[in-house]
Design a protein around this ligand. Structure first.
Ligand SMILES: CC(=O)N[C@H]1[C@@H](OP(=O)(O)OP(=O)(O)OC[C@H]2O[C@@H](n3ccc(=O)[nH]c3=O)[C@H](O)[C@@H]2O)O[C@H](CO)[C@@H](O)[C@@H]1O
Length: 338
């Protein structure tokens, strides 16, 4: 079978595209990618990816723009949709799967106008604008928070299941800012680092490229030897070594931590559309599997409290969540629906 995967912008969407691609190629099938020239699409799939072809079309976000800027963004989507139609007429895919984000708009409209079976994977607890608009036209809508979804587990890198373990005590804390890094989490890490050092707890910290120098200098000034990364491709092995995470609640990160049995204190990005990071985190917090705190209410004592309470029960609970190979299950559901 031939697939088109579309969508991206940020790592959360692209991580799903990658997991689906792996499931497609493992089954001996093939796929092409249609994404955007803006955002992180090229960084993920620019060179040496396993896609048969990759196309980066000119699109920018539409939702937060006004006036002329919005019209210009819509014009770019329309022009790129025509280009996506030309690509699909040549490639003749059996199915188009959108992982959301503004990068997905041209290929989604092209698929629907050509009547190619169309599928959506929504990563977040609050459905994004484009997915809300197009959901009614999709043959299946996959979401880990929707009881109606044909597959409820979330596609994550298999390595996270393979290295999963129950955490009995906290020897290493990892700070995670999502694919772009988060200044608030960086500041929090620096504020709690001395207390962690006093307890003999090691620190791993993914701080984002933009804030890397500042954070590096701050650790050096405190004489604390944190293991620091801007953006790293080795995240799965870093998570496997960690016992507690302090993290944004981007969907892919959240389900990767869950798959690995790694409990977290989630600090949702306050400006995410529809506050979706908060609802992503609440999905786990309501089951007692992690904690969530608003950025404005973040206090060092909260982390200390979690260290005192221990993480074993939460870690065991995460390991008990449904955790099959979601990407393969999604691809086989797509195959059946075509
Ligand atoms: C600010 C914002 O709007 N963020 C959104 C964005 O988050 P963001 O792009 O940060 O997405 P996620 O947290 O979902 O995923 C980040 C991905 O990048 C990977 N990674 C991250 C850092 C690193 O150094 N190396 C690395 O490989 C992670 O393992 C993960 O697979 O998309 C998510 C999925 O729609 C949403 O839930 C988030 O709300």
């Amino acid at each position: 079978m031939k697939f088109v995967l579309t969508g991206g912008g940020t790592g959360g969407h692209l991580a799903i595209a990658k997991a689906l691609l792996d499931a497609i190629t493992a089954a001996g099938d093939e796929a092409i990618f249609i994404g955007s020239t803006t955002g992180q699409d090229r960084m993920w799939f620019g060179e040496g990816s396993a896609f048969e072809q990759t196309h980066f079309l000119e699109t920018t976000g539409v939702v937060n723009r006004r006036g002329i800027a919005k019209l210009a963004a819509l014009w770019r989507v329309a022009r790129s949709a025509l280009e996506a139609r030309r690509i699909m007429k040549r490639y003749r895919p059996d199915a188009v799967i959108s992982v959301g984000g503004f990068s997905a708009a041209p290929a989604s409209f092209a698929a629907l106008s050509l009547k190619i079976p169309y599928f959506i994977h929504e990563q977040n607890a609050v459905t994004g604008r484009l997915n809300r608009l197009l959901r009614r036209y999709a043959r299946c809508f996959f979401s880990s928070y929707d009881p109606e979804s044909p597959v409820k587990s979330y596609p994550v890198n298999r390595a996270l299941f393979e290295t999963a373990r129950v955490r009995e005590r906290v020897e290493t804390v990892i700070f995670l800012g999502g694919s772009q890094g988060a200044k608030a989490i960086n500041d929090f890490a620096l504020a709690v680092a001395p207390a962690l050092a006093r307890r003999g707890i090691a620190i791993i910290h993914q701080c984002g490229e933009r804030d890397y120098e500042r954070v590096r200098e701050a650790y050096a000034a405190m004489g604390i030897g944190a293991e620091l990364y801007g953006f790293t491709k080795e995240l799965p092995s870093l998570l496997a070594r960690s016992d507690l995470a302090v993290s944004r609640a981007g969907a892919s990160t959240l389900w990767e931590l869950a798959a690995n049995g790694l409990p977290a204190l989630y600090i949702p990005y306050p400006y995410a559309a529809g506050d979706h990071q908060y609802y992503n985190a609440m999905h786990l917090a309501e089951q007692g599997l992690s904690r969530v705190v608003r950025e404005a209410e973040l206090r060092p004592e909260l982390l200390e409290q979690m260290l005192d309470d221990g993480v074993e029960a939460a870690s065991r609970g995460l390991r008990a969540l449904e955790g099959d190979d979601a990407a393969a299950a999604i691809i086989s559901a797509v195959r059946e629906a075509c």
